[in-house]
Design a protein around this ligand. Structure first.
Ligand code: ASP
Length: 317
């Protein structure tokens, strides 16, 4: 059968937000408009489209329950023969985390395109409709695969994307890796490869989903940051509470104040998993011969946290 259908899953966010004053892009409530209404309002969007509301939240409140539900629905739709790809409408605040989570769990051979907006649906000139149109074009593009993010015409990989601006319409960057491509006037210009599907992953994705569905409580993994005068107080408190893993957002190339380091080493000796990342938004940490902790392999602290949680739960990510 020919794959032509695009399924659009709604999760909320500013893209579905409304404000009482149309000229305000800041004072609004996220997650008010249903995905079918949002999609119905996008001029020029045609073809076989199905919508489904998976959640209706401000993505600052993203939860493991919503992630599990979303992974299940994406996996289900991608397995349908007539589905070409999935688009997800999402808030911008934790969009990079959801994208990385889905890529890690599903590593899909079909495209999964997350999109968003910086202005609410009720704005004088909302950016959501164009972003949805672009996201659907990307999902329909021949050869598109893996989890990507589309915002303001730019296409980012789940691995590299980060929200880097609090209010501009083009709020995302991909750092040193750069964009996968961009979309102009409905035509896609590819700058580098799609996230590569290196192996047949459908079976692994199914096993990963089964694990997620069984887990009652996700492992406690927190992020601590290094800064001038940093102490080990937070780490000591988290260890006392039974934390299983800590990501250190170190300074520069993952450096850590001696006081913080002492507490981290004590935590590690007690069996807490420690990963060294950086608070710098570009560059990633480079391994050094005298490192006490493994590095995050180029992942930002929030993505390194997801990676550690998934591996502690036994997923093959
Ligand atoms: N707080 C909103 C959210 O992440 C921000 C946005 O979507 O731009 O849902």
């Amino acid at each position: 059968m020919h794959h032509t259908k695009i399924v659009i899953l709604g999760t909320g966010g500013t893209i579905a937000g409304t404000a009482s004053n149309a000229s305000s892009d800041i004072d609004y409530t996220a997650a008010q408009v249903g995905v079918s209404q949002l999609v119905g309002g996008v001029k020029g969007l045609d073809g076989d489209i199905e919508t489904e509301q998976v959640a209706q939240i401000d993505s600052k409140d993203m939860s493991f329950e919503v992630w599990t539900a979303l992974a299940n629905r994406v996996h289900h739709h991608l397995a349908q023969n007539d589905v070409q790809g999935v688009v997800i409408t999402h808030g911008t605040d934790t969009l990079e985390e959801t994208a990385y989570f889905l890529q890690s769990v599903l590593n899909p051979a079909k495209p999964v395109v997350l999109t968003c907006a910086m202005r609410p649906a009720s704005a004088l000139a909302p950016d959501g409709p164009q972003n949805i149109l672009d996201a659907v074009s990307v999902a329909r593009h021949e050869g598109a695969q893996g989890v990507v993010v589309v915002c303001a015409g730019d296409i980012h990989s789940a691995q590299d994307v980060q929200k880097i601006h609090t209010c501009q319409l083009n709020a995302f960057g991909s750092g040193d890796a750069g964009l996968i491509g961009f979309i102009q006037e409905n035509s896609l210009k590819l700058l580098r490869n799609w996230p590569l599907d290196q192996q047949i992953r459908v079976q692994v994705a199914t096993e990963n989903i089964a694990i997620l569905n069984q887990v009652k409580c996700w492992p406690g993994v927190e992020i601590v940051m290094n800064y001038a005068g940093a102490s080990g107080a937070l780490v000591d408190a988290l260890v006392a509470q039974g934390v299983q893993g800590l990501i250190v957002a170190g300074t520069g190339n993952g450096t850590v104040h001696q006081s913080l380091l002492d507490s981290l080493l004590k935590a590690q000796a007690q069996g807490v998993h420690i990963i060294r990342s950086t608070r710098c938004i570009q560059g990633g940490v480079l391994a050094r011969t005298d490192d006490s902790f493994p590095s995050s392999n180029g992942l930002s602290p929030v993505k390194a946290r997801i990676h550690l949680m998934l591996s502690l739960m036994g997923l093959r990510a």
